[in-house]
Ligand binder design. Structure first.
Ligand SMILES: Cc1ncc(COP(=O)(O)O)c(C=O)c1O
Length: 389
C-alpha cells in the first residue's frame, strides 16, 4: 500500500522535519513530527507527471489561468461537492493565507473589526493583526457531545458596529468539525444582520470522514453570494502545499470587481507550477484521494481509540481533516511541564493549543497523516509517557 511507505524527508528542506531541532530541540532522526499540516505521503502520480512534463521541456515561463485550469476546478466542485461554480468566479492566488490577506485588503479598512471563531488556525489572527485590523475572537463552546459550536448570540453582544468581516474555517481546524447547514444558515443570518463579508476557508473540504458531508457555504446558503468569498485549494487534499496556490471563488460581480482591484494593486498573478499541479490533481487524483480517505479514516480510528484509552486524554471526535485535537487539561500540566515531561521523553512534536488562540491552552494538535507504523510508534511513546505522569 502506497501510504504505508516511510519516506525519509530529513534534509529536504521540509518545515515539518528540518525545523525540529531549531523549534523543538529534537533530533529529526529520533523525533516524530506531528505538527505542520502536511502529509508524509507522496502526491498522486498525475501531479508528479505534470511536473515531470514541465521539467522535460525545461521552459518555465509565465502561465495563465486557462480554460483547462478553470474547468478542472469547476468539474471538481461539481463532482465532489455538488456545487456549480462559474468559471469567471475564479481567481488563482498564492495560497489560502494569501487569499485571506488579499480579502482583508479588498473588503476592510485599517481599524475595522474581523471576527474569528477560536481556537482556530493560527494564521487568521496573525494576518488580521499584521494588517492593522481589530481581532475579535468569538470563543467556540464545547457541547455535551464534546464538539465545538459557535456562540453567535454571545458574539453579537460584543460587537461595536465597526466589524466588517467574519472568517470561518470550514471544516474547522483544529477540532475537525463539519458545520451543518443549520449552523451555516445561522452564520449567514448573523453576517447579514451585522453587515459582514464572510470568508469561508474551505481548504480541508475534501478530507471528510464517514457519514459527514462538507457543505460549501454558497451551496448551503445560496442567498449569501452577495457577501461571500470562498477559498479552496488542492494543497491539503493532495499534499502539495509547497506550491502555494489557492482558488478564490467569488460569485458576486461587485465583490469580484473589488477583489480584482486588490490583485492588481498587489501585483498577484498565477504561478505556472500552481496552475499545472492544480489542473493535474483535479483531473487525475480522484482515485488516489479515495484511497487516502480510507487510509486516514483507519488512522483516525486508531488514534482516537488509543488516545482516549489513556486516562485523562480526550481526542475531540474528528469529522474532517487529519488534525486531531487532544485535551490534556486533566493532567494539570503547564506547557513547560508538558514539554519537559512528555515531549522531551516521547520526542513527538505536536502543535501547542496556545497558538490557536483563546480556548487553545490545555490542548495539543496531532497530525495523523503519516504511515500507520509511524503513528503506532508515536502512540506507544505517548501511552508510556502519559501513563507515567
Ligand atoms: C484552515 C487553513 N487555512 C489555510 C492553511 C494554509 O493555506 P496555504 O498554505 O494555502 O496558505 C491551512 C494550513 O494548515 C489551514 O489549516
Amino acid at each position: 500500500m502506497q501510504f504505508d511507505i516511510i519516506h525519509n524527508r530529513i534534509g529536504t528542506n521540509s518545515e515539518k522535519w528540518d525545523s525540529l531541532q531549531s523549534l523543538y530541540g529534537l533530533q529529526p532522526s529520533e523525533a516524530i513530527p506531528m505538527w505542520v499540516a502536511d502529509m508524509d505521503f507522496q502526491a498522486p502520480e498525475a501531479v508528479t507527471k505534470a511536473i515531470r512534463g514541465m521539467a522535460e521541456k525545461g521552459i518555465y515561463g509565465y502561465a495563465r489561468e486557462d480554460d483547462n485550469y478553470r474547468q478542472a476546478i469547476c468539474g471538481w466542485m461539481a463532482r465532489r461537492h455538488k456545487w456549480q461554480v462559474q468559471p469567471n468566479a475564479l481567481f488563482s492566488v498564492h495560497g489560502i493565507v494569501n487569499a485571506i490577506a488579499l480579502s482583508i485588503q479588498a473588503f476592510t479598512k485599517p481599524g475595522d473589526g474581523i471576527i474569528i471563531f477560536s481556537p482556530v488556525y493560527h494564521a487568521f489572527s496573525r494576518v488580521i493583526e499584521a494588517s492593522g485590523r481589530r481581532l475579535i475572537e468569538s470563543p467556540l463552546v464545547i457541547d455535551e457531545t464534546g464538539k465545538y459550536r459557535m456562540d453567535l448570540e454571545a458574539t453579537s453582544h460584543r460587537l461595536t458596529g465597526n466589524e466588517r468581516m467574519v472568517i470561518l474555517c470550514s471544516p474547522h481546524n483544529p477540532g475537525g468539525r463539519v458545520w451543518s447547514s443549520e449552523e451555516l444558515e445561522q452564520l449567514a443570518e448573523f453576517s447579514e444582520r451585522h453587515n459582514l463579508v464572510i470568508i469561508s476557508d474551505e481548504i480541508h473540504h475534501d478530507l471528510v470522514y464517514g457519514d459527514f458531508t462538507h457543505l460549501p457555504f454558497e451551496k448551503a446558503v445560496p442567498s449569501s453570494q452577495s457577501y461571500l468569498i470562498t477559498l479552496t485549494s488542492t494543497t491539503k487534499t493532495f499534499n502539495i502545499a509547497g506550491m502555494h496556490t489557492g482558488n478564490v471563488i467569488i460569485s458576486d460581480e461587485k465583490l469580484r470587481v473589488k477583489f480584482k482591484k486588490t490583485l492588481s494593486a498587489l501585483a498577484i498573478s498565477p504561478s505556472s507550477f500552481g496552475v499545472a499541479m492544480t489542473t493535474a490533481a483535479y483531473n487525475g487524483g480522484e482515485e488516489w484521494l479515495d484511497q487516502l480517505l480510507i487510509y486516514l479514516s483507519k488512522n483516525k480510528v486508531l488514534f482516537e481509540k488509543r488516545i482516549n484509552q489513556i486516562g485523562g486524554l480526550v481526542s475531540m471526535p474528528l469529522e474532517a481533516t487529519y488534525l486531531c485535537w487532544v485535551d490534556y487539561k486533566a493532567y494539570n500540566l503547564s506547557l513547560s511541564e508538558y514539554k519537559h515531561k512528555i515531549e522531551a521523553e516521547t520526542k513527538v512534536a505536536a502543535s501547542y493549543g496556545e497558538m490557536f488562540g483563546n480556548g487553545g491552552a490545555g490542548f495539543l494538535r496531532f497530525n495523523i497523516a503519516t504511515p500507520k507504523k509511524v503513528l503506532d510508534s508515536a502512540l506507544t511513546r505517548l501511552e508510556a509517557a502519559f501513563n507515567r505522569v
